[in-house]
Design a protein around this ligand. Structure first.
Ligand SMILES: [Zn+2]
Ligand SMILES: [Zn+2]
Length: 247
């Protein structure tokens, strides 16, 4: 395998893990707790792995909670049922994100409660200088490791990794896949064995049980992010929230 593909694949999975574990399950849903030191460490890891597509944990958490509260409704920040295609959904999501980041829309306290934030890091990471520097770093890695011109076709995937990962769930997981639960929303599990999206593909399960750290429910479903969280829980890096019957 060409070295650039080892980098692309590693970057995809590591950045996806931090989006799934740190942004989604910890920041938005508070499904585990951790010390301030570990929180800062994982926040830094998210910055380093997301690079160009770094998002504020606060704004991500608010948008995601709004998605759960208004799934498939007009107030859903990224419903595919109000966007004609994946690109327009991506653009709408970007605008919703900017509305939250810039404080252009009023947000109720329940949507901001207990979301970890690091404003100092946001100021460094969340500006165009940082994004350009990261883009140049990725271009440099591609120049270094690529052996064919078409390898550069994968550069946008690396530069906008977090946006693509969000799009997969926001678009496909509300359009295509199978359902374990009949819901009043359109959430689907994209694939039975989630080897590509770190357990985020079990979106129908997640909408049914947003209080569970484990998105897998059937015998053949495996949630890689949850398995890593179990190891971190065993090592006392995090403390998994106890699940209840209604989770
Ligand atoms: Zn959803
Ligand atoms: Zn969620």
């Amino acid at each position: 395998m060409a070295p650039i593909f080892i980098f692309i694949i590693l970057h995809w999975y590591v950045s996806l893990f931090f989006q799934s574990f740190f942004y989604h399950r910890y920041a938005a849903h508070n499904l585990c707790s951790m010390s301030r030191g570990w929180e800062k460490f994982f926040h830094l890891c998210s910055f380093v792995t997301h690079g160009t597509s770094y998002m504020s944990t606060g704004s991500y958490g608010i948008m995601h909670r709004l998605h759960h509260a208004h799934t498939d409704e007009e107030d859903d920040p990224h419903s595919p049922h109000y966007s004609p295609n994946a690109l327009t959904l991506m653009w709408k999501t970007r605008n919703s994100y900017q509305d939250v980041v810039q404080g252009r829309i009023p947000i109720e306290e329940k949507y901001t409660k207990d979301i970890p934030a690091w404003p100092a890091l946001d100021r460094i990471a969340h500006n165009w200088i940082s994004r350009v520097v990261w883009a140049l770093i990725y271009v440099g890695i591609f120049v270094w490791l690529s052996t064919e011109w078409w390898h550069f076709l994968f550069l946008p995937l690396t530069i906008a990794s977090a946006a693509f990962q969000g799009l997969v769930v926001n678009w496909w997981a509300h359009k295509f896949g199978y359902e374990n639960y009949k819901m009043t929303n359109t959430s689907k599990n994209i694939i039975p064995v989630d080897l590509f999206f770190a357990g985020e593909a079990y979106h129908n399960n997640h909408h049914k049980h947003p209080g569970r750290a484990n998105n897998a429910v059937r015998w053949f479903e495996i949630d890689p992010t949850y398995q890593i969280m179990r190891v971190m829980n065993f090592l006392h890096i995090i403390r998994l929230k106890k699940m209840t019957a209604v989770d």
